[in-house]
Structure formats: structure tokens, C-alpha cells
Design a protein around this ligand. Sequence first.
Ligand SMILES: Nc1ncnc2c1ncn2[C@@H]1O[C@H](COP(=O)(O)OP(=O)(O)OP(=O)(O)O)[C@@H](O)[C@H]1O
Ligand SMILES: [Mg+2]
Length: 103
Amino acid sequence: MKKEPLFVALSNQKGGVGKSTFTVLLASYFHYLKGYNVLVVDCDYPQHSISTMRNWEVGNIEKNVHLQNQLVEQFGTSGKRPYAFLKSRSWIMTLSFLTFRAP
Ligand SMILES: Nc1ncnc2c1ncn2[C@@H]1O[C@H](COP(=O)(O)OP(=O)(O)OP(=O)(O)O)[C@@H](O)[C@H]1O
Ligand SMILES: [Mg+2]
């Protein structure tokens, strides 16, 4: 794998086809399983559904000891903190960007 960041854009003119879902799955795969350093740029202004999902997850974890234990276990296994994401306000189209580079 090259050391330079690799950019991946997931786009489709049609709504509700799984762009956000696939972005999160792909980000998790590269970050936790392959060990890359991943940044997700959520360009889906103003919906920002990936950011909403992350906030929802954090809220659930804060309320649930079982999820907190699972998170600790995940840190132990992967050695990785959750991947970073940026909420972009620039309107391009319904896009989510992934960028990652080798650890
Ligand atoms: N492979 C799949 N199988 C079944 N349901 C799926 C799949 N991928 C996504 N979904 C579901 O489809 C719905 C839309 O997915 P998602 O929000 O990822 O689409 P989107 O293309 O990002 O939508 P939008 O255009 O609104 O941003 C969600 O309820 C999601 O859980
Ligand atoms: Mg979306």
C-alpha cells in the first residue's frame, strides 16, 4: 500500500441507496481490521447523517455499561481509538469522503 493518503468518494444521484452505511462499514474495515488511519469527511450538508449516527452511538455508549465494556474490549483487540470524522459545510453533492493512509 502506498504511504500517500488514498481518497475514496462514495456517491450516487439516488437517495437512500446506502452511501452513508457503506461509508461507515468501509471506514470501520480499513480502520479497525486493516489498521489504517482513517478520516471520514461527511459532506452531506445539511443532513450529516454520519455525524448523527456517531452522536447516537456515543449517547448509547454513555448510557449502557455493556456497550462501554465492548468498547474497551475493542480498544484492547484493535489498539485503535474510533476513527476521526469531519463535518463539512461545503455543498458538493451527497458525498462522503474517506481518506486513509498506512499506519
Ligand atoms: N445493504 C443494505 N441492506 C439493507 N438495508 C440497507 C443496506 N444499506 C443501507 N441500508 C438501509 O437503507 C437506508 C438508507 O441507507 P443510507 O442512509 O446509508 O443511504 P444514503 O444513500 O446515505 O441515503 P441519503 O441519500 O439519504 O444520504 C438505511 O435505513 C440503511 O439502514
Ligand atoms: Mg447518506
